[in-house]
Design a protein around this ligand. Structure first.
Ligand code: PMP
Length: 399
């Protein structure tokens, strides 16, 4: 009998499964809020003007497609460091920061996971409860035992900060702690600057290993403001890992544009770490793809394109905020008694709506509105054309 004969069918991805169900739904008035993608007010994935210009310039220049260095495009990696740490970062000047271009944020997490696993094979990885649905599986597949720290508090639709700190304080030294730097996926609930400061103190005191995941920089309060947690950690003198994703902020989902950045104790350590990181990359996929990284580097490093991108990013951020406000107002208009003001405080593309799995089922079955069974809705998929139907549906399942 063959090796494959014993292979069991894996459960299908819950969110992609939801989209398959949505696509098969024949009702004309259906809405998919289950996705993790930013749609514009017309319900389309935008192609940013800055991206189009950079792409046209790239075609014009007849850029050839040789292999990139293992760690990717130097100008890209430098621009990523500045986005994370600021234009005038002493850490960058001192040569303590190293960055590799990766295949999206997922690629950065996996490369970071593989790198750490060789250094500390026994360490556990702690993720928030709940977290992005791929965090657990990704670290488990890299060989880790994954535990979770309290995060979301259903009673307040906010943060269980005491629970989070209590858990961090209980972990043995060396535990890898994955933290969403801004715009928490799936809840939309973020820490305040004061709370971040406290987390930095505990991570430092307990000698934990911070792995910051920043997949929505610019979607919360702005490019600089959203990097606040990253900069607090950077300033703390701790060794830090940071995975960046540009899938959403450049609307380049399929191009797989991300980066893994690490902060080392000094320049020599940084060079040694980079040399090992390159081996991890070399044995996984050799080197990253050229197109997406070149486009992003071109935009970040060309002032006019950069300004245009920042404006388009602000447009996406403001549209999401407007949709949050409209949803809350429309639920009030429909006489919904429950207070949904917490939706206004949440940041980024998602909202934990507080709807139960049964209410989510009813939304889908009776109203053609698709959400994740946890109650997560993608606010970035709301638009002027579907928001009334969504408010009607939610009001109906709550009455
Ligand atoms: N981290 C978080 C928190 C995410 O939400 C996502 C994707 N939505 C990623 C990482 C992965 O991003 P990418 O698609 O760039 O791999």
């Amino acid at each position: 009998t063959s090796l494959f004969a014993a292979v069991e069918l894996a459960p299908r991805d819950p969110i992609l499964g939801l989209t398959e169900q949505y696509n098969a739904d024949t009702r004309s008035k259906k809405v998919n809020l289950g996705v993790g993608i930013y749609y514009d007010n017309e319900g389309k994935i935008p192609l940013l003007k800055a991206v189009r210009k950079a792409e046209l310039a790239r075609v014009e220049a007849a850029a050839t497609r040789g292999y990139l260095p293992i760690e990717g495009i130097p100008g890209y990696n430098q621009a990523v460091q500045k986005l994370l740490l600021g234009d005038d970062s002493a850490l960058i000047r001192e040569g303590r920061v190293l960055t590799a271009q990766t295949l999206g944020g997922t690629g950065a997490l996996k490369i970071g996971a593989d790198f750490l696993k060789r250094l500390a094979p026994q360490a556990k990885v702690a993720i928030s409860d709940p977290s992005w649905e791929n965090h657990r599986a990704l670290f488990e597949y890299a060989g880790y035992e994954v535990i979770s720290y309290p995060y979301y508090d259903a009673a307040t639709n906010g943060l269980n900060f005491d629970g989070m700190i209590g858990a961090l304080e209980s972990y043995p030294a060396g535990t890898v702690v994955v933290l969403h730097a801004c715009c928490h996926n799936p809840t939309g609930v973020d820490l305040s600057p004061g709370q971040w400061q406290r987390v930095v103190e505990v991570v430092k005191a307990r000698d934990l290993v911070p792995f910051l995941d920043i997949a929505y920089q610019g979607f919360g309060d702005g490019i600089e403001a959203d990097a606040a947690a990253v900069r607090l950690f950077a300033a703390s003198g701790l060794m830090v890992l940071i995975s960046s994703s540009f899938s959403k902020s450049f609307s380049l989902y399929g191009e797989r544009v991300g980066a893994l950045t690490m902060i080392a104790a000094d320049k020599d350590e940084s060079l040694r770490v980079m040399s090992q990181l390159k081996r991890v990359i070399r044995t996984n996929y050799s080197n990253p793809p050229t197109h997406g990284g070149s486009v992003v580097a071109q935009i970040l490093n060309t002032p006019a394109l950069r300004a245009e991108w920042e404006e388009e990013l602000a447009g996406m951020r403001e549209r999401i905020r407007a949709m949050r406000a409209a949803l809350v107002a429309k639920l009030k208009e429909r006489g919904v008694r429950r207070n949904f003001d917490f939706v206004l405080k949440q940041r980024g593309m998602f909202s934990y709506s507080g709807l139960t799995a049964q209410q989510v089922d009813r939304l889908r079955e009776e109203h053609g509105i698709y959400a994740v069974s946890t109650g997560r809705i993608c606010v970035a998929a709301l638009n002027d054309g579907n928001i009334d139907a969504v408010a009607d549906g939610i009001a109906a399942v709550l009455s």
